[in-house]
Write a protein that binds this ligand. Structure first.
Ligand code: SME
Length: 137
């Protein structure tokens, strides 16, 4: 129980660190697959609270990454038809799957109020963050 609490706390700290230090990271959260259900559940985040704490597989950018197992970089959310809007301010999004023993168990999701802000370096950096997170789960 204590160990579980400290994982939640550490994930929240990671979200807060990223959101407060990188100007174009405006919302940062970790979603994880919800047991045996075909859905993602929000575990930790920094930024405005979202109504979308549960996302079915296949729905939105997050739900698509749950099934594709691939990074999804969205330079302009308006150009996406399978997209779940969390805030009218969001212009771009990046979702990077989180693997444990080769299995996609969740993801880091970042929203930006800046248009087209994410580069290949963000992908590499967030892949590294997820590798570190996988070690503490
Ligand atoms: N925009 C996401 C939903 C999650 S919010 O960004 C916090 C999506 O389309 O899956």
């Amino acid at each position: 129980q204590n160990e579980k609490l400290s994982v939640d706390k550490r994930l929240t700290e990671i979200c807060e660190l990223l959101e407060s230090n990188i100007p174009y990271y405006d919302w940062v959260g970790f979603y994880f697959k919800n047991g045996d259900k075909e859905e993602l559940k929000l575990k930790s985040f920094a930024g405005e609270p979202t109504d979308h704490e549960i996302i079915p597989f296949g729905k939105g950018i997050c739900g698509q990454v749950a099934v594709s197992n691939k990074n999804f970089v969205v330079p302009d959310v308006k150009a996406q038809n399978n997209y779940i809007a969390c805030s009218i301010h969001v212009k771009a999004e990046i979702v990077i799957p989180l693997f444990v023993n080769g299995e996609n168990i969740g993801q880091i999701d970042i929203d930006s109020h800046t248009e087209d802000p994410f580069s290949h370096e963000d992908e590499l950096f967030l892949e590294w963050v997820n590798e570190k997170v996988a070690e503490i789960l």
